[in-house]
Design a protein around this ligand. Structure first.
Ligand SMILES: *Cc1c(COP(=O)(O)O)cnc(C)c1O
Length: 406
């Protein structure tokens, strides 16, 4: 990659190249035309991806689909919830999350999110007795207190779906995020740790849940026979579950194409490096930003080891006018800072989810969104590129706040 001069601001929307190995796999698919996951009798790229991903995460089963949103939708359908079941989700997440709840004929219930971007456990607990399922969205890879959440939900027999779209590689007490709840969902959209343009995958240890999800994803007739667990898994549970659900479920056809799997598979061995670099880059910039009295990068929770590809920070002790000036000045200097609550029609601000029947007021979450900044930090950035970004943010802050003091 070409080295940028320090005065140049790096393009944070530019992706890392796809590993060379993907070319040969794609060329073979071009030759054979075998793009559909169920054409080959076995070992289609999508099936291999599922085995590899399940093994990587330490889960029994994986199902690759068209997006993380599709995975969330199928997870809710797999739980066999009654129509209009209430599903608790955080008030700070991407609009795809309440959308998946509505798509599954359920009703989203929002709970408060604290200043550190994690679920406010007291509000979560207060709303828990009135819901049938929970989606924990680890927004921007920030892990909520999963010890408290799993204990509270287990005591009530409430299933937990993890939206780990942005958490691939994140660890909680040594365990992979996405494997703590009944089902974990991940995204391969371009802004996530593994980039296929589009794509998603769900993992679970529950044969019944995965069998239902597999059939509804579009494994019509006996195509489910091409689904296996992680290597070494005893497949009898799975076979029995498929037999039980044969012809009992509607098909939504949310399958992944072999082309996407061919792009994803060679990226799996890159994950550990990306996670390491992403965390190092994040912490390097966080240390610089935390020097400013007007910036606070919230610390991770103690059991959490993060895998960030962006940074979030709160603006502290600034008027709304100063916040606006900071946003304008950083943009003029070439770094786009998204302030979730300020940018118009933001898909992560709950008051814009007007497709919901009822939008509650969440004062704590709203206050956080009005001061929370978001900057993309692709893991390929070099130290000097990180310095450029940090300098833009800190010098803009200096200009705004010294003008205010004068
Ligand atoms: C990206 C993202 C999604 C949606 O993923 P898609 O694969 O684009 O459907 C859902 N939740 C979170 C937290 C995300 O970051």
């Amino acid at each position: 990659m070409q080295q940028l001069s320090p005065s140049q601001v790096p393009n944070v929307h530019e992706a890392e190249p796809i590993p060379e190995a993907a070319r040969a796999a794609i060329e073979a698919l071009m030759q054979s035309g075998d793009l559909f996951r169920y054409t080959a009798p076995q070992n289609a790229p999508v099936a291999l991806l599922e085995e590899e991903f399940a093994q990587l995460l330490g889960s029994k089963y994986a199902l690759a689909v068209s997006s993380c949103s599709a995975a969330l939708f199928l997870s809710l359908k797999a739980l066999n919830l009654p129509r209009d079941a209430r599903v608790l989700i955080p008030g700070f997440t991407f609009a795809a999350v309440p959308s998946s709840v509505i798509h599954a004929d359920c009703v989203p219930v929002l709970c408060e999110v604290a200043e550190n971007y994690r679920i406010a456990i007291s509000d979560f607990e207060a709303k828990l007795d009135d819901v049938q399922a929970v989606i924990i969205s680890h927004m921007r890879g920030h892990t909520s207190d999963m010890d408290a959440i799993m204990t509270l939900c287990a005591a009530r027999g409430i299933p937990v779906i993890e939206d780990a779209a942005h958490s691939l590689g994140t660890i909680w007490h040594g365990r992979n995020i996405g494997t703590l709840g009944a089902i974990g969902c991940f995204s391969f959209q371009s802004y996530k740790m593994i980039n296929a343009g589009e794509g998603g995958i769900l993992v679970t240890d529950d044969a019944d849940l995965v069998a239902r999800a597999v059939i509804m994803s579009g494994a019509y007739e006996h195509n489910w026979k091409k689904h296996k667990g992680a290597p070494g898994d005893n497949t009898r549970d799975l076979q029995e579950a498929f037999a039980k659900w044969q012809n009992q479920l509607p098909l939504y056809n949310l399958r992944m194409s072999n082309l996407s799997a061919a792009v994803i598979r060679p990226q799996l061995p890159e994950l550990a490096r990306r996670v390491r670099d992403g965390l190092k880059n994040h912490d390097y910039i966080a240390d610089q930003l935390n020097q400013s009295p007007h910036i606070n990068v919230p610390a991770p929770l103690a059991p959490e080891q993060r895998a960030p590809d962006s940074i979030q920070f709160n603006l502290v002790g600034m008027s709304s006018e100063e916040v606006n000036r900071f946003a304008a000045l950083t943009e003029a200097k070439g770094v786009k800072v998204q302030i979730f609550g300020l940018s118009k029609d933001n898909a992560r601000a709950f008051w814009n989810w007007q497709f919901m029947q009822e939008i509650p007021e969440l004062p704590q979450t709203r206050a956080m969104l009005m001061q929370a900044c978001d900057v993309r930090l692709p893991v390929r950035l070099t130290r000097s590129e990180l310095d450029v970004i940090a300098n833009v943010l800190l010098s803009a802050m200096d200009e705004v706040m010294s003008a205010a003091a004068a």
